[in-house]
Design a protein around this ligand. Structure first.
Ligand code: FUB
Ligand code: ZN
Length: 681
């Protein structure tokens, strides 16, 4: 058992935003109480965007109101994710008013649930005869998974037996229905998630049937790849037509082979990452080393070949999917917020399997870049996709880029991302530390006070702006004489992978005594292993200090990443930086970074919420027409579209000062061009 209290300025700001702005705002949207502009996430008229109707769907299903279901077949999941975010927020700060609202939502869910435990307002209201008959698209189990996660969290926060009973009744219904036993039906959901929910319930209740059914769903997937097609054929002509299965490849659903044989990240990115999250949990819980081996292969493929520098995943809007190795276009990508939230889930579960710093490195990369980018600094506008390069005119006029929004909408027709962000940020304490086998691991850096069995930890840092981290460690009296394995005697802290890029040594001291190598400092055994520094207690108010040099680093991509050839991205610490035209003039494509530039950085309290900006020197190349400069739009150019190459053109380039802001903060100052990558000369 442990308690972790985040006191960090950077993240408290976000977590307050979640509690004070996002949660109330999202409730009002889900309850259709406020007029918001609900944008379609891309130009597709079939996307429902008139209203949310989420809570109204439950009221109608509960028989409290008359009307029809509105929205996606997975609209219910927005409510469940909201409830999960509320739970973490209540754990952090009890709030009777918020709890009363959440209790009323729980009551509503309970009233909408059928006697046998089934719940999906879409199927209950639209086509009850088709329950569990269109698993490729129905999202019934996906929604159930979110209900289970929310219920476990709400129970932890409030002790509410009611919500737990609802989720268990639903889980029991699913466990009875699906499987290979007598009277059971084979199947699994087209969108993974129920496996995560069942595991969450298993960890909470210890009920073996939840573990067994999660294992069954994983095991069935890919072994009977035609199950969706068979269902679709049997239901042909049924209304509403959710089928469409035949137009998607098997990889979209990760059913191209048994999960244990999967070794690349394929198909719909959120589905893939939820699958991997569940696999890593089951691998650890059931001691299934083969499953963990499969997770490691998928991990390697994602991290080494298919992940953006921002921790975004999903290279194409078609099927919101992974594509192929090194295919990482910057301006047409997908990088859905949910996919990076899910990458963090996957990374965390990998970390619980094995304490390897690289897992936490990826968690950090996804968090500080794509995940935070998913919301505006006001907590009321959200990105669904997180591009690395945006030309607003292309977003407006190129139908292939309608998903690449230049500013965050107030809400989205498919609203999966905003509540996913809310639940992740509200539960961030669960990502800061983990504990295993008597070792407390510090995985992400933030100001915090944490109490573990046998150890208290106080952490102070100015991360992500500065690389100094101080831990005050104290073995609690009751545990001082404890034997290894009884409470935490060892403290391990991650040495971030990005410190290698700086080429500078990490300075480590214990009570001001420097650690030179694997050694004993102040009578404590110290060891570096797999990206963590281990320090053995007992601790008596010992001060462990780490100083990571945080210079500005120019990053390049693997040569096979066509989109980034010859280009540089700028990072400082865990943050990826971006150029915006508001700081650098329009026509970011005409900018070059001088290869000999020295960078400077500065903390600007006056900018946005206060953040570090970076400056460097570059060139702006002319358009081949002296009249064209930043103040003269390219359309005024008299220069021909094509002309013989003139070697003198670069010499006419004007020297400019370039300004970068953290990527997560772009698009908070109106419609703007943006680019993470810049050519270098
Ligand atoms: O299908 C449910 C959610 O909608 C997915 O996770 C998102 O990618 C979006 O397609
Ligand atoms: Zn999403």
């Amino acid at each position: 058992m442990h308690t972790i209290k985040i006191t960090d300025r950077f993240f408290t700001n976000y977590r307050n935003l979640v509690r004070d702005k996002m949660i109330p705002y999202q409730y009002k949207v889900l309850n259709d109480e406020i007029a918001v502009n609900i944008e379609r996430e891309r130009n597709d008229n079939s996307i429902p965007n008139e209203k949310s109707h989420c809570l109204e769907n439950f009221r109608i299903a509960a028989g409290l109101k008359k009307g029809e279901h509105y929205g996606w077949q997975f609209q219910d999941s927005d409510v469940y994710k909201w409830l999960e975010a509320v739970s973490y927020s209540l754990i952090e700060k009890p709030d009777d008013n918020l709890k009363a609202i959440a209790d009323s939502v729980v009551d509503l869910i309970a009233q909408a649930q059928e006697d046998d435990g089934y719940i999906s307002t879409y199927f209950q209201l639209k086509c009850p005869e088709r329950k569990f008959k269109d698993l490729a698209w129905s999202h019934e189990l996906y929604c159930a998974g979110h209900l289970m996660e929310a219920a476990a969290a709400y129970y932890e926060a409030t002790g509410s037996e009611k919500v737990l009973a609802v989720a268990r009744k639903n889980a029991d219904c699913i466990c009875r229905y699906f499987g290979t036993g007598k009277g059971q039906t084979r199947g699994f959901d087209g969108h993974e998630e129920v496996e995560i929910g069942l595991m969450r319930l298993y960890h909470l209740t210890g009920d073996e049937s939840y573990l067994q059914t999660a294992v069954y769903f994983l095991d069935e997937r890919g072994r009977n790849p035609n199950i969706f097609i068979e269902q679709s054929a049997a239901e042909h002509g049924g209304k509403p037509d959710l089928s469409g299965i035949l137009s998607f490849p098997k990889t979209y659903f990760q059913i191209h082979k048994p999960v244990i044989e999967q070794d690349t990240a394929e198909g719909h990115a959120v589905r893939m990452m939820y699958l991997a999250t569940a696999m890593a949990d089951v691998a650890l819980t059931a001691g299934n080393t083969k499953l963990y081996e499969a997770c490691k292969k998928i991990w390697r493929n994602v991290v080494d070949r298919r992940m953006y520098i921002t921790g975004g995943v999903g290279s194409t809007v078609i099927g919101e999917s992974f594509t192929f190795d090194y295919d990482l276009p910057n301006d047409a990508m997908y990088c859905e917020t949910c996919a990076s939230v899910a990458l963090m889930f996957f990374a965390r579960n990998m970390l619980l399997n094995e304490a390897r710093g690289e897992y936490a490195d990826v968690m950090e990369r996804a968090l500080y870049n794509t995940v935070l980018d998913g919301m505006a600094l006001d907590g009321r506008h959200f990105f669904y996709v997180n591009p690395l390069e945006v030309t607003p005119e292309a977003s407006a006029k190129d139908p292939g880029k309608s998903h690449v929004k230049p500013v965050r909408p107030e809400w989205l027709g498919c609203a999966c991302c905003p509540p996913n962000l809310a639940r992740l940020l509200a539960s961030l304490d669960r990502y800061a530390f983990h504990e295993k086998d008597g070792i407390v691991f510090a995985d992400l850096f933030m100001n915090a006070k944490a109490e573990f069995t046998g150890l208290t930890v106080e952490e102070e840092t100015e991360y992500p702006w500065q690389g100094n981290v101080t831990f005050r460690l104290k073995t609690t009296t009751a545990r001082k004489d404890a034997q290894p394995g009884c409470g935490a005697r060892v403290f391990a802290v991650r040495i971030p992978g990005w410190t290698v890029n700086s080429g500078e040594k990490v300075r480590i001291t214990v009570n001001d005594n420097p650690l030179i190598a694997d050694d004993v400092i102040c009578g404590k055994a110290a060891m570096l292993k797999d990206g963590y520094l281990y320090l053995t207690g007992p601790f008596e108010d010992d001060i462990l200090k780490l100083e990571f040099a945080m210079p500005v680093i120019k990053m390049s991509a693997h040569p096979a990443v066509r989109a980034d050839n010859g280009k540089i991205a700028v990072m400082r610490g865990p943050l990826v930086y971006a150029l915006e035209s508001i700081d650098n003039g329009t026509g970011l494509n005409r900018l070059f970074l001088r290869d000999d530039t020295a960078f400077t950085w500065q903390f600007r309290t006056d900018l946005l919420n206060g953040m570090c900006i970076i400056k460097g020197k570059g060139y702006r190349i002319p358009d081949g027409d002296d009249a064209v400069g930043p103040e003269h739009p390219a359309e005024d150019s008299q220069a021909p579209l094509y002309a013989p190459y003139s070697p003198g053109v670069e010499t006419k380039a004007e020297c400019v000062e370039l300004t970068w802001i953290p990527y997560f903060a772009w698009a908070n100052r109106g419609i703007n061009e943006m680019s993470v990558w810049i050519r270098q000369k």
